[in-house]
Design a binder for this molecule. Structure first.
Ligand code: B12
Length: 447
């Protein structure tokens, strides 16, 4: 069977953003589906809207690929683009079956069920179930419009298909070198923050499943051999939650030919409880941690069910500074019920922590989360359409929040981060020099 997988991905930066290499992340969900389908002998192509210059290119591409089925992935922010893509595909060839999957269809089936251009809604993970039902979908042997996927054992599925997206991924931080790759070691999150859960539990289940450190390392070696690997981002929501997993991984990664700079996400409480682990990570290449500090107010942290304290925020930052680990600091401004005094406590925290990269965002109620339900129930949301489901601090999100005040707060954080501009500049220069030397010896691979 001929399958085309469609990555909508233009809601943030528009058409052609991938051509300009502004955003060149691969989408791991589609890439896993690709390898699972190829293993069963199906032909798989990609339609990456980020590589197109406008909607007018889509029908021609669909005709050229001439697939039996198109699978579209979607986050909430992708909704409009995904739905429009489905309509164009059906108008181009009404025989093509259109199936949507990913986080948004899993949690918001009701928004898609009546759409005449969508044949099937896929909920949950696809590697096991989609290859099994593909023929039945095409032959219209499935009665229900909704299909639910079984959860795979991550050690038993093929490596993610890194060749599906035809571009190399772009390093987004000054301390990361080319070739840069992203990776996902596990699915699910044990924490219960109300700005995220229960959406992820609905998609991946209550328990976290992780690939074994051995298999993860095998995949990195395979990638290094076939694409090259000079820096790595591990996307997991909270990789460091499983200390034993990380310790085993470090043992395997701590080799002269590896020890490449890597970044991952962490929680302040875990850093405070396990400083030794982070020391080892730093020795093995940890270049930067993306830390969810979220707020400088204990009341807001409790309101968010984050399960951390203001004190842990400060202590974890101190530990990272001592160890020489760069901090990419995530903060939320304008959480429902937040007062100006509480926002100021967050600003004070950014000022004191002096992160390498401060990343303050405007709290955004994402569908599928308990805080989204709270905003709906209390009529607090100012979000008018799906494309506004992004936390970039560009538009008001919550009623009762003074966004003029928040914008001033944002300006202040930019001023505050000037101190570290020099450090970022030096990193950039060093990495540029490294990339130049490397590409002289070995030109960057093409996929
Ligand atoms: C990596 C990541 C990113 C990366 C890369 C994004 C990318 N291109 O994939 C970056 C940093 C760029 C990013 C950006 C954003 N992200 Co993000 N991201 C993640 C993260 C941490 C991992 C995604 C992943 O790879 N998962 C592993 C793969 C294997 O799972 P999967 O993609 O869900 O795919 C499986 C199933 O869903 C299903 N499936 C998926 N697609 C399809 C399609 C078909 C046809 C079928 C049958 C099945 C199917 O099968 C797959 C295999 O089993 C998730 C959280 C998480 N743990 O999943 C958040 C998450 C998806 N992101 C989220 C958000 C909000 C965003 C942003 C909007 C944030 C912002 N700036 O405001 C942007 C939007 C970017 C855009 N679309 O342009 C939310 C989405 C919530 C929602 N309701 O939409 C999540 C869930 C985090 C959270 N809990 O809040 N993100």
């Amino acid at each position: 069977m001929k399958t085309a997988l469609l990555y909508p991905g233009i809601a943030m930066d528009g058409f052609a953003c991938g051509v300009r290499r502004k955003t060149a992340y691969m989408q791991h969900g589609l890439c896993h589906i690709s390898s699972a389908l190829k293993k069963e002998g199906h032909e798989v192509s990609l339609i990456d809207l980020r590589q197109l210059f406008g909607w007018e290119e889509l029908p021609g591409l669909v005709r050229k690929i001439n697939p039996d089925i198109v699978g579209i992935t979607m986050m909430s922010v992708d909704f409009d683009v995904a739905v429009k893509s489905a309509e164009i595909i059906k108008n181009t060839n009404s025989n093509i079956k259109v199936i949507v999957g990913g986080i948004h269809p899993t949690i918001m089936e009701s928004e898609l069920i009546g759409n005449p251009h969508i044949d099937y809604i896929f909920k949950g993970e696809a590697e096991i179930t989609l290859p099994k039902v593909l023929n039945d979908i095409i032959e219209e042997n499935i009665e229900s419009k909704v299909i639910t996927g079984d959860k795979p054992d991550l050690d038993k599925i093929p490596f993610v298909d890194r060749f599906l997206f035809k571009t190399l991924e772009s390093p987004w931080a000054p301390c990361l070198r080319m070739p840069f790759i992203t990776s996902v070691a596990g699915r699910g999150c044990i924490y219960n923050c109300n700005f995220c859960q229960p959406a992820e539990r609905k998609l991946f289940g209550a328990r976290v499943r992780r690939v074994s450190p051995e298999r993860f390392m095998e995949e990195l070696e395979f990638t290094k051999r076939n694409i090259g690997l000079e820096s790595l981002m591990i996307h997991d929501d909270c990789l460091v939650e499983d200390v034993k997993w990380v310790e085993r991984f470090l043992k395997l990664y701590d080799r002269k030919d590896f020890r490449k700079p890597f970044v991952c996400q962490a929680r302040p409480d875990i850093i405070v409880k396990n400083p030794g682990l982070f020391k080892d990570m730093k020795r093995c290449g940890l270049a930067m941690l993306l830390i969810g500090f979220e707020s400088g107010s204990q009341r807001i942290l409790n309101f968010l069910r984050k399960g951390i304290t203001v004190d842990e925020n400060y202590k974890s930052a101190e530990i990272c500074k001592k160890l020489g680990i760069r901090i990419f600091a995530n903060f939320m401004l304008g959480v429902p019920t937040e007062t100006k005094e509480e926002t100021s406590q967050t600003l004070e925290m950014i000022k004191k922590i002096q992160p390498y990269t401060p990343s303050p965002t405007f709290y955004t109620p994402f569908p599928g989360s308990d805080l989204f339900e709270y905003c709906e129930k209390n009529n607090l949301s100012l979000i008018k359409g799906h494309t506004e489901y992004k936390r970039n601090p560009t538009a008001p999100k919550i009623k009762g929040i003074d966004y003029e005040f928040l914008n001033k707060a944002l300006e202040e954080t930019t001023r505050m981060s000037r101190g570290l501009r020099f450090k970022r500049k030096i990193d950039k220069m060093k990495v540029r020099r490294f990339n130049r030397r490397l590409t002289k010896k070995h030109p960057l691979p093409t996929i």
